[in-house]
Design a protein around this ligand. Structure first.
Ligand code: MGD
Ligand code: MGD
Ligand code: SF4
Ligand code: MO
Length: 701
């Protein structure tokens, strides 16, 4: 038997695991198995971060694992691309044929082959371990995995030196918590539990979000700024700290770089000026500054839970830089419960080179392959060969991702995937919008069926996931598929024989005790209480870099810049409404959209509008509306539910195209324009117009 038994009948046993999903909480799971079938998935009560609680989505994980539409055998295309018509084929046939196709393309130029993957599972093993080894040895194009967090990562890197911040549990000791660009209740539930603890102990919670989310409703104050205006707000808060004497001069002198320059720029941002940019009353900004000042005077900890929602705009990285300066300005890092957390993933000593073996590139025919940005896949699939671009993309291997639904400007993405001369392989659990365009669909295991090991970007524990049940049908882990392809292509390096448990052990090597993981499922990293109380930031200077010498060397603004959106909305604009498309609570990106109970909870694709914007267009609650711009159009049901502010519309994501009224989703509207730093997409920098339409067209697909 695999682990301990929790007082159940002898024919039942429990297995410790980890939630695989792209969520900061990385919960510890306990799966109960009876006679080879998983009968319960629960949160591990022994794991402090999980506290025995799972979100609604993963509480229903068994509906996903045993879903009647799980892909359980390899499939070969039997109709036009996109039609989703397939015929069953054996693994042998599928793998032999795929290997043959890849070999032929690689003989001309392996860079014509592109892996496309993201965080369908966050596991280090079923993510980029065997797959990365395979593509490195092949010399395939490399993928720049920018779609979620690259702008924020760059902002943190140039300011704090990496994806590091406060230990999340210390928010319980904060007196003032800014929940900034984050809907904790919807997408970071276990942080919300900690924020509640702080609130019960007297902390004040302030939410900074254009949308009146369920989180904003439950905070003491809500600043509903316009999308893409966070840097202006951050500067106005610094302005107030300077003029009211709330700067921690000692901390600033000792542990920061570029204060004089930052101070001069902040003084250009009085609350009135920021208020005009952010579209909020100056009094709201002044009140928040006073909250901060009160804590500074009482030497009470101020903490910022920054999240990725505010960096999906043109100035996203600079906005993160501006916000990340604040805790150093007021000396918040001195205190346990003070500072900032955007991502904690930089704390982990992951042995990526051991897992991914970039050295294998040297053994490939193309030791320095080009890099393709996953966020411009729409354009890149349609690019012909050229000296600047290199070879046209001829083969695409997709795993852990659903680009046809999630990548920006999906009209263009669909045109790319529909290319008849493109050879596409999709490793999937379900027939997603992307799988519909595949030449081969290979059935993938779920988290209950394979080994994996996890870091977290919202806490600082390592989690191990053991398989609880045998793979369903002919489903196989991603690692198995790449091992088999490696063998067929004659890659005989010993690393291609590593099994999944070995890969789990390699992920952290000696840095994490594997026996502890086997026994309790998780192991906390040893971290100091207030990591930057005495400076020691992982930047080149060891200081919090207000002005970044590295940016100056690149010829860029060394200070955080206030940048307008690519697509400014507003009454005078051709497309006057700013559309944001943050996650729906019952979906995880495009995962779970096909689980009926969760889809029912979300209803149908909806566009939240402010009553003023709706009535100006003759739109009433529940009407069908068409959202459009020059890139495309998408039909949704208008919702006047009090969540949208004037000038902003909200289309919660990410629906599968085939479950919507017109076979599209919000990404039909979004653009492939990139952020200031990090080459990330700008999903929330998207101007649209909205009109009432009489009825939904017939459901497609
Ligand atoms: N239930 C659920 N949970 C999830 C996900 C999911 O799809 N569903 N997705 C997961 C993933 S991949 C990620 S990256 C995280 C994402 O979670 P977060 O990092 O929290 O980011 P978002 O959910 O994109 O946006 C959070 C909030 O930012 C707001 N926002 C939009 N534009 C701006 C802006 O310009 N400024 C400010 N201040 N706020 C803005 C949105 O209205 C939204 O309420 O959540 C993860 N958790
Ligand atoms: N408009 C708009 N678009 C967005 C966003 C937004 O806020 N608004 N958010 C963006 C963000 S933050 C992100 S992170 C991306 C997310 O984009 P993706 O990482 O593509 O996430 P998902 O849509 O959840 O698709 C993951 C797929 O992986 C599959 N999968 C899960 N586990 C496994 C496995 O073990 N093996 C294999 N082979 N497959 C597996 C799932 O079935 C699922 O179909 O979307 C981005 N797109
Ligand atoms: S999706 Fe997030 S909150 Fe839900 S179980 Fe997974 S890690 Fe926990
Ligand atoms: Mo994400």
């Amino acid at each position: 038997m695999d682990t301990f038994t929790v007082g159940a009948s002898p024919i039942e046993h429990t297995i410790l695991g980890a939630c695989p999903h792209d969520c900061p909480d990385t919960c510890a799971l306990v799966t109960t198995v009876r006679a080879g079938r998983a009968i319960r998935v629960q949160g591990n009560a022994a794991h402090p971060q999980t506290g025995g609680v799972l979100c609604t989505k993963v509480s229903r994980y068994l509906e996903r694992v045993y879903h009647p539409e799980r892909l359980l055998q390899p499939l070969r295309r039997g109709g036009p691309k996109g039609a989703g018509r397939f015929e069953p084929v054996s693994w042998e046939r599928a793998l032999d044929d795929i290997a043959e196709r890849l070999r032929a393309i690689a003989a001309r130029d392996p860079q014509a082959i592109l892996p496309y993957s993201y965080a369908g599972t966050m596991g280090l093993v079923q993510g980029e371990s065997m797959a990365a080894r395979f593509f490195h040895r092949l010399g395939a194009s490399r993928l720049d995995r920018t779609i979620c967090s690259a702008a924020g990562a760059a902002g943190l890197e140039y300011t704090l030196g990496g994806k590091v911040g406060m230990p999340v549990e210390h928010f319980a000791h904060s007196r003032l918590i800014l929940i900034w660009g984050s809907n904790s209740i919807g997408s970071n539930l276990h942080f919300w539990r900690i924020a509640q603890q702080a609130k019960r102990a007297g902390a004040r919670l302030v939410c900074i979000d254009p949308r009146r989310t369920e989180t904003a409703e439950k905070c003491h104050a809500h600043i509903a700024l316009l999308p893409g205006t966070d840097a202006a707000l951050a500067y106005a808060l610094m302005h107030e700290c300077i003029v009211h004497g709330w700067v921690d001069e000692d901390y600033v002198q000792r542990h920061t770089l570029g204060w004089e320059a930052l101070r001069a720029r902040a003084l250009q941002w009085p609350p009135q000026r920021a208020a005009a940019v952010c579209g909020v009353p100056a009094a709201h900004i002044e009140a928040l500054a006073r909250d901060i000042g009160t804590c500074v005077q009482q030497r009470a900890p101020v903490a910022i839970r920054l999240n990725y929602g505010m960096q999906r705009v043109r100035g996203g990285a600079n906005a993160v830089r501006a916000v990340a300066c604040l805790p150093a300005v007021i000396g918040a890092w001195r205190h346990r419960g003070g500072g900032l957390l955007l991502s904690s993933s930089g704390w982990y000593p992951v042995q990526r080179d051991v897992l991914q073996r970039p050295d294998l590139l040297q053994r490939s025919p193309c030791p320095q392959p080009r890099i393709i940005n996953m966020s411009t896949i729409g354009d890149d699939l349609l690019r012909p060969s050229s000296p600047a671009f290199g070879p046209a993309i001829e083969a695409l291997i997709v795993y852990n991702s659903n680009p046809v639904a999630v990548a920006p400007q999906s009209g263009q993405v669909v045109r790319g995937f529909a290319r008849d001369d493109l050879f596409t392989v999709v490793l999937e659990q379900f027939a997603t919008d992307t799988a519909d365009y595949a030449d081969y669909v290979l059935p993938a295991t779920t988290q209950l069926e394979h080994w994996d090991i996890h870091l977290s970007y919202g806490h600082t524990d390592v989690l191990l996931n053991r398989p609880a049940i045998a793979p369903l049908g002919q489903a196989r882990p991603n690692t198995w598929v790449f091992r088999e392809l490696a063998r067929r292509l004659g890659f005989d390096e010993p690393c291609f024989a590593d099994d999944d448990e070995t890969l789990c052990r390699q992920a952290f090597g000696e840095a994490v005790d594997f026996e502890t993981l086997l026994q309790q499922g998780y192991a906390p990293l040893p971290l100091p209480d207030a990591p930057f109380a005495r400076g020691g930031f992982p930047t080149p200077s060891g200081k919090c870099e207000f002005a970044s010498p590295r940016l100056a060397v690149l010829g860029l603004d060394p200070l955080p810049a206030v940048l307008p959106n690519h697509e400014p909305a507003g009454a005078d604009a051709r497309y006057p409404l700013a559309m944001i498309s943050p996650p729906a609570r019952h979906f995880l990106n495009s995962t779970f959209v096909n689980v009926t109970s969760l889809r029912d909870a979300e209803g149908e694709p909806q566009l939240e509008m402010h009553p003023d914007d709706a009535s100006a267009r003759g739109i009433a609650d529940g009407d069908w509306v068409e959202v459009f711009n020059e890139r495309g159009r998408h039909r949704m049901r208008a919702r006047l539910n009090g969540r949208a502010r004037p000038g902003v519309v909200v289309g919660l994501g990410i629906w599968w195209r085939k479950f919507s009224a017109d076979g599209t989703n919000v990404n039909e509207l979004t653009s492939q324009a990139l952020t200031d730093l990090g080459r990330a997409p700008t999903f929330y920098d998207c101007a649209v117009q909205v009109r009432r339409c009489t009825a939904a067209p017939a459901v497609q697909g």
